[in-house]
Design a protein around this ligand. Sequence first.
Ligand SMILES: N[C@@H](CCC(=O)N[C@@H](CS)C(=O)NCC(=O)O)C(=O)O
Length: 218
Amino acid sequence: MSLILYAHPFSSYCQKVLTALYENATAFEFRLLSPENPSAGAEFVSLWPIKRMPVLRDGEATLMEATVIIEHLDLSHRGAVRLLPEDRKQALRVRFLDRVFDNYIMTPMQRIVGDHLRPTDVRDPHGVGEARALLDTTYRWLETNLDGAGWACGDFSLADCAAGPSLFYADWVQPIGADCPKLRAYRGRLLKRPSFARAVEEARPFRPLFPPGAPDRD
Ligand SMILES: N[C@@H](CCC(=O)N[C@@H](CS)C(=O)NCC(=O)O)C(=O)O
């Protein structure tokens, strides 16, 4: 098997790539990054000293950054589900929405979660407040700019791979309000999509590790 994914099931960016792999039933070997598996951790660090998961090995090639990994899968391991439209103008919109989910949902969500991992004397309530405000602003932007009933941008795509885990965890730390019914419904559709649902199920045993405490839902 030529594809090896260094990842952890509970990681949001790893779920983004797992969703893409499951969409097309792409075969790969999962190398779990955890303290119980130090050899995988050593390989991972030698491949990517910046130490951000996931990392994909494809033969001799190493791919980092979830979006780039998904673009690589769409180029080199194409399946029935195209993760980027062939049309470059349509692809631009998909890439833009992928950036929105990464930069303005995933990043502030991670900032809130990460604050719980800090020693109490160096917590950053101001930064967490800014992150919450950014999430609320982005929720409202998505509410008016996403398609009402389908996926982020036409057919299921890279943008939906980014949306699934980012909205999943963001809603845990900063619930999507009743003023964003379309966005709440979209999150619900993502949770029912078999590829993302599988990633969520595989991560379920790790919920007790969620630093702010996982809610009893989803
Ligand atoms: N920009 C990276 C972000 C990846 C990332 O933040 N991964 C997290 C897990 S969700 C990580 O590796 N965290 C480990 C750490 O912060 O040390 C991507 O798109 O893949």
